[in-house]
Design a protein around this ligand. Sequence first.
Ligand code: DC
Length: 224
Amino acid sequence: MKKIIITIDGWSSCGKSTLAKQLARHLHYVYIDSGAMYRAITLYFLRNHVDWTNGAAVDEAMTHIRLEFMTNHKTGNTEVYLNGENVEYVIRDLVIAEAVSEVAAVKAVRDFAVARQQEMGKSKGIVMDGRDIGTVVFPNAELKIFMTADEAVRVQRRYRELYEKNPNITLEEVKQNLAKRDYIDSHRAISPLRQADDAIVLNNSHLTMKEQLQIAEDWVKERL
Ligand code: DC
């Protein structure tokens, strides 16, 4: 059976990873959360006091970073490992979210992550979500989805997610973090977030998970 590459790019918290996981499960494809790589690198930098504005310090630090994805057999989802440690949970913290867009704008960091992402896509059968997957990582992907949702919907979704771990979090903090990340992610010099010319837009503000999967599945069928 023919296997394709599916890319899902878009703004923060519009449900890219939810759709990517749904599709991967349905198609028996590998799901890779490229944002988790930038988050894990940010975690390494914060823990080891690496100044990401210092090129030499970043180059040195990158030689000590090993990232892997492994399947959690209970959930069926892939989880990210930093130098052998499962960091899937800790990288979702707001402390990481506050710094990750700056780290993800550093060229050496992007070169490192993109090379690994392209390696993982070599045998196709992959769904990858992020910001530059359809534009830079897999410009020849068979199906490119650009996801979007109304700002208020996105803030609510991320708030609910973060609130479970930290009930002290406020809606305003979440709103500001999303706005800041979207601004940096779409205005950086290298590989800014933008819709690929051949991407299809999926606005899921008023869609259920079942409905969004149905739409994406139809697009997959057209390409297979
Ligand atoms: O998808 P996410 O929110 O976990 O991504 C975290 C950050 O990583 C996001 O603010 C931008 C950056 N990122 C990126 O620059 N390129 C990607 N392909 C994925 C994420």
